[in-house]
Design a binder for this molecule. Structure first.
Ligand code: ATP
Ligand code: MG
Length: 352
């Protein structure tokens, strides 16, 4: 069986380092591993509109921003198909059929959707489209016959929902859809990177992000203001490394060699953490290391972005071509789905 990747992001803002460690960095590794037959990377604009219906201009503006982020981290349009969800009408049709296979109470149990509803203060006024977006994600994944979906931990409930739909569909209509597997980051700190304010998740909607395109001055400012340990008042006080954002980010980005290069008194990160816990290590020092490490990672991304920004028509062409390729793949799956459902009245299994 072919190995196929599908994953994506909502174009609701520039991408941040949470996306990077949760999914983007992995995508680039998988792309460069040469082990995958096809790689589809989607800008989920239709999904973004489910909670931004009154602000289409925001989504429109961010289409190019996210594409710039993709290309500047190293996604290569010669290998990976970069496309825009709304340009693939077939995805909506698939979602419409899948809706018959999912109950309202099942959707209500989705923990990620529950949290997002609270976060957006939707409560009683949830747009139907938003409520059903896990079904639309199932159509995105299955339309491309994805076997592997590299995402952050918040997406696990969507994958479970997709697998249920696939099984139910295949059960009723015969084997047609492919069951995907989630691919989570292997480093615990990357599963769900917290925000710089210490909140559970770095998220565009929470405004607690470090963006991939962050300029050096803003980056330094954000690291300076970063949430650490409120009980660690003086350098000599014992401190907590758990729940301390600086250490979580160091876990996600920093190698032992980098620690040792800046502070030769530590062999690696664990020794530095032990010192912090015991007392005697100040936040200035931990933040200095973090800033250096982040700057090292982000500088080349920033530089590539600046180059790409000079040729926006090229970026748009990548998305246009990618959407064409993606549409063909989705159309093929849709025709198989219609066939299995016996609603291709005038095609292969025509009436009469
Ligand atoms: P929004 O607030 O618009 O939902 P978001 O910041 O949550 O934006 P998404 O576009 O919903 O970002 O997520 C895209 C991908 O990035 C998903 O695979 C998701 O799991 C991953 N991701 C997002 N935020 C984080 C994070 N803080 N840590 C790890 N992975 C993340
Ligand atoms: Mg999200």
């Amino acid at each position: 069986m072919s190995k196929i990747i599908l994953t994506g992001d909502r174009p609701t803002g520039r991408l941040h380092i949470g996306h990077y460690v949760g999914s983007l960095r992995r995508r680039v590794q998988l792309q460069n591993s040469g082990e995958y037959d096809k790689i589809f990377i989607m800008e989920a604009d239709a999904q973004a509109l489910t909670d931004n219906a009154d602000n289409p201009e925001k989504i429109r503006q961010n289409i190019v921003e996210v594409a710039l982020d993709y290309l500047s981290v190293g996604l290569d349009p010669k290998v990976s198909t970069l496309f825009i969800q709304s340009q693939i009408a077939e995805l909506t049709e698939l979602a419409f059929y899948y809706m018959n296979l999912v109950t309202v109470s099942r959707l209500q149990r989705n923990p990620t959707v529950k949290t997002e509803i609270k976060m957006r203060n939707f409560e009683a006024n949830i747009p139907v489209g938003f409520f059903t977006y896990p079904i639309s994600q199932a159509s995105d994944i299955t339309a491309f016959k994805a076997t592997t979906v590299p995402v952050g931990e918040d997406q696990a409930p969507m994958l479970e929902q997709t697998i249920e739909i696939v099984r139910r569909f295949n059960n009723i209509y015969g084997p047609t859809l492919v069951e995907p597997k989630i691919l989570l980051p292997d480093n615990a700190a990357c599963l769900r990177l917290p925000g710089i304010d210490g909140k559970a998740k770095m998220s565009k909607s929470l405004g607690n992000c470090i963006y991939l395109s962050e300029d050096p001055k803003d980056l330094a400012q954000k690291v300076r203001e970063m949430y650490t340990d409120p009980t660690h008042l003086r350098v000599e006080d014992p401190g907590h490394t758990e729940g301390n954002v600086v250490f979580t980010y160091l876990d996600a980005f920093c190698s032992d060699e980098q620690v040792n290069a800046m502070f030769p008194e530590y062999a690696g990160l664990e020794e530095m953490k032990a010192h912090y816990r015991k007392g005697g290590l100040g936040d200035m020092k931990t933040k200095k290391l973090l800033l250096a490490v982040l700057e090292e990672e982000l500088a080349p991304i920033r530089a590539r972005r600046a180059e790409l920004q000079k040729d926006i028509p090229y970026v748009l062409e990548v998305l246009r071509k990618g959407s064409e390729v993606a549409r063909e793949a989705a159309a093929q799956t849709l025709s198989e789905v219609r066939h299995s459902m016996r609603i291709d009245y005038f095609g292969d299994s025509k009436l009469g």
